[in-house]
Ligand binder design. Sequence first.
Ligand SMILES: Cc1ncc(COP(=O)(O)O)c(C=O)c1O
Length: 374
Amino acid sequence: MLNREGKNIISLGIGSPDQPPHPDVIRVLQDESQKPNTHAYQSYKGSPVLRNAIAGWYQEWYGVLLNPDLEILPLAGSKEGIMHICMTYVNPGDLVLIPDPGYPTYQSAAKLAGAEVCTYTLEEKNNWFPDLEVLKTRIANKNAGQESVLMFVNYPQMPTGQLPDKKLFGNLVSFAKENHILLVHDNPYSFILNKNPLSILQVEGASQHVIELNSLSKSHNMAGWRIGMMLASKEHIENVLRFKSNMDSGMFLPLQLAAAKALSLPSSWYEQVNQLYRKRKAAVETMLDVLGCTYSGDQAGLFVWAKVPEGMQDGFALSDQLLYQAHVFLTPGGIFGKAGNNYIRVSLCASEENILESIERIKRAGIHKPNQHV
Ligand SMILES: Cc1ncc(COP(=O)(O)O)c(C=O)c1O
């Protein structure tokens, strides 16, 4: 509405990469779609070319060996996987554990499947890692030894940007095993502003208890292409496929072949992608300094997560003030759950020029750190 009034709002909200995929990826899509024999229905399991490319990518970057015929399922994005997993495994009344703050789709998908949603709070003082002891007592009554509990985790975490470590992943897998939980690790950000991509499947014996989701949306600037993947045991792949094969009939083959090309790109691709985000991140940090927000400097992923200054009511209040007075939109942390109330999330998917212009607008509007005179 403000845009319709001619206010020209700068959006630092959404995490949709604004750069194109590698030109070779687009070329494969073009070449393959010119061919007469690439337009038919595809296998539900995806093209073997794509499944082999996914296996190669997991081996090269995460050091995880996967059987491309049995343990990999291409998806139309990680988001599709979240819904399919809920529809496959959750019966009405089953418990689904959701991070707060966290990606809102976990909650919506679980509710659509009839789950009883239980949020677990992530706190800055615990590095935004779950407190597994607290969680254990909370689920003790519900979980009478059956696999009726599903738990979503996501590291690098959105919205907090918190990186995982191997110990966290080890603890999560042990927790899942001991408490008969099916753990779903959503991993779409491991290549963004992170030199050491990790997969929870690196933990020995994980695949019995864990499903991992991954995606080309962020790592390869292919959000609109809708290409993701599920990595899991043969049994979990078959279970999800039973549901998914009634929902769609495989992805367009040229898309799958272009995705395979993307997965074979050398490390220079990721360096190029991250170089841009590093520059933007520095500009966003300058903006947060002007506002008096505090933040951790080693966040991964497409956003910077920051705490609002003392004296500011919450992230909603700061977001409103910026929108109406400076015509800059950024996301109030409370939309990711109550634990995000005192935070804001700033996207790195805007040009550096727009971020710098936002700083100017903020200064012009006189919004700045409490007690700071500019
Ligand atoms: C944590 C998280 N998971 C999943 C997704 C969806 O990714 P995809 O484009 O692969 O469906 C997003 C997108 O913003 C996200 O932030």
